[in-house]
Ligand binder design. Structure first.
Ligand SMILES: Cc1cc2nc3c(=O)[nH]c(=O)nc-3n(C[C@H](O)[C@H](O)[C@H](O)COP(=O)(O)OP(=O)(O)OC[C@H]3O[C@@H](n4cnc5c(N)ncnc54)[C@H](O)[C@@H]3O)c2cc1C
Ligand code: FES
Length: 286
């Protein structure tokens, strides 16, 4: 984890109220992995004390450029839209634990709800670089919120669902998953917590539906990996990237806790934001 002065290179509104910003930040671009995030400080004159967390949307080690993709929702994100190329902001990162892809997985299913795209976008690049096939299921309210195909690698199979049916399949993105679960070796999701909970329930019942042995047995000769370890995430069919309101983002304030099935509270900023879906107690109502 480093504190990095990052220079804004480009800022553009890619969808109504959604911005994509590129920053020159070589140490972050080199040292980060998909699923990690940065904690970004607004300027001294903004009057805001807390940093704001954003997923690393893409990172290019060759150019030293990272991008973040965010929706304007309050004072902090409004402030970021007013930055101009050449402005410098400070970022703490990379933070949190990344997605873990099993080396044997060839087919990756990525599932994004709305701004959850920013949580899985980097994984698409990593997977394609490593020669894997990627299908990305994306859900939005309507056509005006659909992430542009032009911002995705050509190799990605992109399948869209909208609530109103204005583009793609009508319905929730979760309804597309059963069509792909037999194809997928592993799945990775980011989006609203209701969507993640629904996917976690689907993943649990997948074993019964498909009559397959626990993936963990196949991927480790029956040995249980310690809960929360990279090996446990790697063995899981579904990994989820969680978003909780954050204070410190370094594990000190306990402002971002969710409950694990083990009964142990988990800090999203330290033990997450990526978890194996079966590690989270989705009924706990944190
Ligand atoms: C690990 C992590 C990664 C994230 N990545 C992204 C990303 O890539 N793109 C993106 O647009 N957002 C992302 N978020 C959410 C983002 O941090 C918040 O939207 C942002 O901090 C809001 O700042 P603000 O000052 O504009 O809004 P505030 O004035 O702080 O809040 C405005 C409203 O947004 C709500 N809010 C604040 N923080 C969050 C949060 N973490 N989750 C849900 N609602 C929140 C508040 O409750 C309030 O209702 C991420 C959050 C986490 C924890
Ligand atoms: S935000 Fe402080 S412990 Fe996670």
């Amino acid at each position: 984890m480093r504190l990095v002065a990052s220079e804004l290179l480009e800022s553009r509104e890619i969808l109504p109220g959604q911005w994509l910003q590129s920053f020159h930040a070589p140490t972050l671009a080199n040292g980060s992995r998909a699923g990690q995030f940065v904690h970004v400080r607004t300027g001294d004159y903004s009057g805001l004390v807390l940093r704001r967390p954003f997923s690393i949307n893409t990172a290019d080690a060759a150019t030293g450029v990272i991008t973040i993709h965010y929706r304007t929702i309050g004072r902090g994100t409004e402030w970021f839209t007013r930055l101009r190329p050449g402005d410098s902001i400070d970022m703490l990162g990379p933070l949190g634990r990344p997605f873990e892809v099993d080396p044997r997985s060839r087919h990756l299913l990525l599932i994004a709800g709305g701004l959850g795209m920013a949580g899985v976008r980097y994984l698409a690049d990593e997977a394609i670089r490593d020669g894997r096939q990627v299908t990305l299921l994306f859900g939005a309210a309507s056509a005006r919120d659909v992430y542009p195909t032009s911002l995705l690698p050509d190799e990605v199979e992109y399948v869209i669902a909208t609530d109103d049916g204005s583009v793609g399949r009508k319905g929730f993105v979760t309804e597309l998953v059963p069509e792909y679960e037999a194809w997928a070796d592993q799945a990775f999701a980011c989006g609203p917590s209701g969507m993640l909970g629904a996917l976690a329930r689907l993943a649990t019942r997948r074993r019964e539906r498909m009559g397959v042995a626990r993936l963990g047995r196949k991927r480790g000769a029956g040995r249980e990996a310690p809960a929360g370890s990279p090996a446990a995430r790697r063995k899981a069919f579904l990994q989820v990237s969680m978003e909780q309101n954050m204070g410190c983002a370094v594990g000190a304030c306990l402002g971002c806790v969710v409950m694990a099935t083990s009964g142990t509270p988990q800090r999203v900023c330290r033990e997450g934001p990526v978890f194996a879906s079966d590690e989270i107690d989705w009924e706990a109502g944190w």
